[in-house]
Structure formats: C-alpha cells, structure tokens
Unconditional design. Structure first.
Length: 508
C-alpha cells in the first residue's frame, strides 16, 4: 500500500515552513520560504498576503520533491498561522492592502474608544483578552477610521491561515483559536460578541464563520502555481494553539514554554483562567473541550539576538552559530545572579505581564566591576525572570504543574534551558522535535480532521522529551532572592518609560 502523508504549513512571522508527516506522525520532509516584513512608520508592521501565497506554493512543491511524491500521496493539508492579524479582502477574496500583522501597534486610539464604553475587566471576562492594539478588532477599527474607502470595500477581515484557506477552497472561515485572539469573540460561548462589536462599531459580517480547527473546509481548487487540486483542506489553527498541541499539552494541568524571538508560557485548562490583574490571557485550545491560558513576552530570544548583534556586528566575520556559542561560554563564566546585575528585557515594549508598549530595556545595578560575561548572563536571566511572573500568574489560580515542556529554537541552548529551570524552579523537558511542534500541531489537526488519528491524544506520543534540565538548589535560592528586586526595578522605572515615550514622540 502506498504511503500517505499529511502536509502542514506554518505561516510564521519570518516565513512559511511546509512540513510533510507520515501517518505515524514521523517527519518526512520540510522546506522554508521567507517573506518580507515592512515597517513603514513607527509602530506599523505589515506583510504582503501575496507573499504568503507564493511561499505556500513554493514550499509545497519543495517538500513534495524532497519526498518524491505527488498530490495523490497527500491525504490532507492543514495550516498554522501567526495570529491577531487583519487582512481585509473584497468579495472575491482579493487582499485590499498589506496585512496588518500581530506586532503592529498603531491602534492605540481605538483601544481608548472601546474603554469609553466598557471597562477593561468587562472585555477581558467576555473575550479572555484585554483590549490592546495588537488585536484584530482594534486594527479593523483603525481601518474604518483611517482608510474609510478601503473599509467600505472590505467583505471579510481574515487571519493569515484563513486567507490561504480561502484562496485554496473559496471558503471564508476561521477556527476558534484564531477567533479567540481577535478581542471580538465570546470565549465561552464560542461566538462573535454582539456586545463588543456594537461598542466597536464594527459589523459582525466582517468576521467569518468560526468553527473547530478539525473541520474539513473543502478541497483544493485548480489554482495556478500549486499542484494539489482535490486534496482535502483541514482548517487548522493559530500558531500558539498549534504549538500547544504539537508540544503534547492536551490535558488540563500540563504546560510548556515556547522560546524563539518572542516567548510564551501556556497551559491547558478545562476553563479559562481569569487573572484578577489581567497579566495573562486565554485562547481556545485546538481540542474542543480545553482552553489555553497563556502569557506572551515580546523580546525573549530577541533580547539575546540584540546582544549578539552588538557584540558581533559583522556576520561575515563570525557566523551566527559561532557567535551564540561564544555568548554561551560567556554566560558560563558568570555565576547565577550575574554578580547582582539585572536586565529588564523590554526592548520593544511588553505584553505579559505589564501590557505596556512604552516599556524599554534597562540594566540595573551596573557597576565598574561587571564584565561582558555578567551583562550577557543578565540578559538571559532577565528574560527568565519575566517568564517567572507569567508562570506565577498562570499557577496562582490553582493549576499544578510538575514540569514544563519546551519547544522552539531555544531548546538548542542548554545554558538557557538550565537558567529557565533554575529561575522557574521546575524541570524543563526539551522536546525531541520541539522546533517542529507548531507544524506538528497543524498536522494533528489534519489527521484528526480526515480520520487518520482518532483524536488529539495522539499528540502526546509524537513529540517526546529528548532530555530534561532539573533545577539546581543553589541557583534556585539565588534567583528566589533576586526576583523581587527584578519586579521592583520595573515598577520604579515604569513612570520613566512613559516620560521617555512622550519625549521621543515630541522629537519624531
């Protein structure tokens, strides 16, 4: 019998990764196609939907060529995509402008409009997310206010994966996980919130029908540049929810860390975790009876990248891998606590736990005696300290975790993994294929959707631990003493961040 495959596409911030898995969930082939991101004005972050489509076409052809198969061997295709975006399309599905993606911050005034009619707490309890410029609803409001002629032509506002699904099938839908990251979705009722849309002044018709991630939306139509006609299309989910499933976190009281340019900690829960301080937020899990409480920080691996760029500015002189190897050796030369030096990792503002777009990075406690090794170590420790606040917000409401799984590029950095284990005081399981967890989550959606897998429980066995970093008692004690100083440093500097933002605004 001919071997069958599941094709998963992960539309990330830097590019699209296409991955083929066989029916046992084994990796068969993978290809990556990058695309550009545009920063035309401060706070604006956009991408071309046509570039996503081109990347999907090229990467699909590449993995099929690697595996030496044709479309008849593919039993389903499914998607993961970056969340919280805004792709306005007309009645034919044509994108009317560049996509406004998750990192865009232009819709601050629209947040203020919402908060004149409802409190932040009321919106948080309905949607699981506090109002924020990152979310789709606020971006749609910005389009209405600043590009009214384009807004009149808009038939749907789509997410990245939903735009590709529409081009493949002609169907306009989204899944519950992506819907729950719009700030317009009733999290428990699993329906668009008429109350919030009314105060936003956005018609409900702009948001596509929301349905489970395992729904078979249709089959690939005959389209130029893609030889997949007739293959079933399973909807899939947002990248955060797909990563959760790919990490094998499909039971309540399980959790994981994703560590890449950004980082988050998420758990699976049978109901939303409502944090009284609204430091974290909630999404719908891909599994229909679960939710995904999560806290996301903006600059995790991005902070370490910044250090690398500062110390090794010429990539032709030192490769990226060698630069990071040298940085890790520096970290090992400095003891836990970096001789009393703290780093606030807020280089591009922060989401969880502070939700402050004006927050910025800072070294605190810097002395003449500190060397490069202390500075480098303090950067990783500062990222871990911020993740500790997020972890506390998730567990203070009763979740009890025995370990955290870890996925993303950070799993290759053993120094980082040990620091995370020590700062969070919990074992960290590095997953065997953790860099493919998001793609694997989309593949599980595909497999469940067409009956290759019975249910989401299969995910537990598809991405097993490759190793564990256990907390070391002496380091845990140091970090327990330092962490209150880290939180105090942010509180002390918070007014200064606001003043600096006002000054910068006046200078630009």
């Amino acid at each position: 019998m001919e071997k069958a495959f599941l094709l998963a596409h992960d539309l990330g911030t830097t590019g699209n990764k296409a991955t083929l898995f066989d029916e046992q969930g084994r990796l068969a082939a993978s290809a990556f196609e990058g695309y550009d991101t545009y920063y035309d004005q401060p706070g604006w972050v956009e991408q071309e939907p046509a570039a996503w489509w081109a990347a999907v076409c090229r990467a699909s052809a590449a993995v099929m060529q690697q595996a030496r198969i044709d479309k008849h061997a593919i039993v389903a295709i499914s998607f993961s995509g970056h969340m919280m975006g805004c792709v306005p399309v007309d009645g034919t599905g044509r994108a009317l402008r560049r996509a406004i993606i998750w990192a865009d911050q232009r819709a601050g005034e629209q947040v203020d409009v919402l908060l004149r009619e409802m409190t932040m707490e009321e919106i948080y309890r309905i949607t699981g997310t506090r109002p924020n410029p990152n979310y789709t609803l606020e971006k749609a409001m910005w389009l209405r206010d600043h590009e009214p002629e384009l807004f009149k032509k808009t038939r749907f506002v789509l997410q990245a994966k939903d735009y590709i699904v529409a081009r493949l099938t002609g169907e306009y839908v989204t899944d519950y996980s992506d819907a729950s990251a719009t700030n317009a979705f009733d999290l428990v009722g699993k329906a668009w919130s008429d109350e919030i849309l009314a105060i936003a002044g956005i018609p409900a018709r702009l948001f596509p029908r929301a349905c489970p991630s395992t729904d078979v939306v249709g089959r690939v139509r005959k389209v130029d540049g893609l030889d997949l006609e007739g293959v079933p299309v399973v909807l899939g989910g947002g990248d955060g929810a797909c990563a959760t499933t790919g990490a094998g976190v499909i039971r309540a009281n399980e959790g994981y860390i994703y560590f890449g340019s950004s980082s988050w900690i998420a758990i699976a829960a049978s109901e939303p975790v409502i944090d009284p301080e609204m430091r974290t937020f909630n999404l719908c899990h891909l599994a229909p009876d679960l939710y995904m409480p999560v806290g996301t920080m903006q600059s995790a691996g991005g902070s370490y990248d910044w250090v690398r760029e500062i110390l090794f500015p010429d990539p032709s002189a030192v490769s990226g891998d060698e630069a990071f190897a040298q940085l890790n050796r520096r970290v090992a030369e400095s003891p836990p606590g970096a001789h009393g030096l703290l780093f606030l990792p807020y280089l591009i503002g922060e989401r969880s736990p502070h939700w402050n777009e004006d927050a910025r990075g800072a070294f605190v406690g810097l002395a003449r005696s500190h060397g490069v090794s202390d500075l480098v170590r303090s950067v990783l420790e500062g990222v871990a300290f911020n993740l500790r606040i997020i972890f506390g917000a998730l567990t203070e409401q009763g979740a009890k975790l025995e370990a955290l799984r870890m996925i993303g590029g950070g799993i290759r950095n053993r120094v980082l993994c040990q620091i995370l284990a020590d700062v969070l005081a919990i074992p960290i399981h590095r997953l065997e294929r953790g860099e493919f967890a998001t793609s694997l989550g989309a593949a599980v959606c595909a497999g469940v959707g067409v009956g290759v897998f019975d249910d989401f429980s299969v995910a537990e066995s598809l991405c097993p631990p490759a190793g564990t970093d256990a907390p070391e008692a002496a380091a845990v004690e140091v970090y327990d003493r330092l962490h209150p100083a880290f939180t105090d440093a942010y509180r002390a500097l918070e007014p200064t961040f606001g003043r600096l933002a006002d000054i910068q605004s006046g200078l630009s």
